[in-house]
Design a protein around this ligand. Structure first.
Ligand code: GLU
Length: 260
């Protein structure tokens, strides 16, 4: 289980995502990547095997001013560590990008179902199946497609999803894998660990299992898996960065054991 960082707001997202992913580096990972909306109905993807520095080497100026994106560091469970298996994964029509921590247990049955519907796959991952499932359930509204897909997947996940056909939002969800949302005057953040976003905001919401959230540049809307609204208080993180990184534990290993 590895790292997620995303941002939607008024300032460029790329430095926020890259620096956030670097904060999560202590967890170890085998590949990394980012997906950014370019405002022209396209999603730009940069990913690489190895360290985040390998992703930084392939970034270009076209991404610099863009304000909606998601990033990931992967610890492979399904499919070898490689660039093609790295996240974010693009759906078959290239309109949806998704990052995922965790494991989709029924991915092979879902993959057969999607293959029969004519979907094609590039990678060996369970995550690409999830991504195409969201595409198959998409009829114009991203959170509706994600909610429908959550009802069909078995397993554990924290996810963040963007869609170039419904571009003013990031949709996130969790079941068994931590997701924290951050709010500030500059935009809205998502991460798998608060240490990835605390440089930008200390005002956060922790998502609970089977909740989804729709993030826009100035709002967070949380719902349960039945689309019913859920209210959350915004919490203020008062801990130092070092204490956040260790989550109140003396060692990172203990923190990870308790997260699992
Ligand atoms: N199961 C997914 C994969 O193998 C996600 C792994 C992770 O949590 O990093 O790509």
């Amino acid at each position: 289980m590895c790292g997620i960082v995303g941002f939607i707001g008024k300032i460029p997202c790329l430095p926020i995502i890259i620096n956030g992913l670097k904060r999560l580096e202590y967890r170890g990972y085998d590949s990394a990547g980012v997906a950014i909306l370019n405002g022209k109905n396209e999603i730009l993807i940069k990913k690489a095997k190895g360290k985040i520095i390998e992703v930084e080497k392939i970034l270009d100026e076209s991404l610099d001013e863009l304000k909606v994106g998601i990033g990931h560091t992967r610890w492979a469970t399904h499919g070898v560590p490689s660039t093609v298996n790295a996240h974010p994964h693009l759906s078959a029509n290239a309109k949806i990008a998704l990052v995922h921590n965790g494991i989709i247990e029924n991915y092979s049955a879902l993959k057969e179902y999607l293959l029969r519907k004519g979907f094609t796959f590039q990678s060996q991952t369970d995550t690409e199946v999830f991504t195409n499932l969201v595409e198959s359930n998409f009829h114009g509204n991203l959170e509706e497609a994600v909610i429908k897909s959550l009802q069909e997947v078995v397993g554990t996940f924290g996810i963040a999803v963007i869609c170039s056909l419904d571009p003013q939002k990031i949709v996130v969800a969790r079941r068994g894998s931590p997701i924290v949302l951050g709010v500030s005057g500059q935009g809205t953040f998502v991460a798998s660990d608060p240490s990835a976003i605390v440089a930008h905001t200390r005002d956060v919401v922790y998502l609970k299992d089977n909740e989804i959230a729709v993030l826009t540049e100035n709002s967070v809307e949380v719902k349960n898996i039945n689309s019913e609204p859920v209210t959350h208080d915004i919490l203020r993180i008062e801990m130092t960065l070092e204490a956040i990184e260790k989550g109140g534990f003396n060692h990172f290993m203990k923190k990870e054991i308790f997260e699992q």
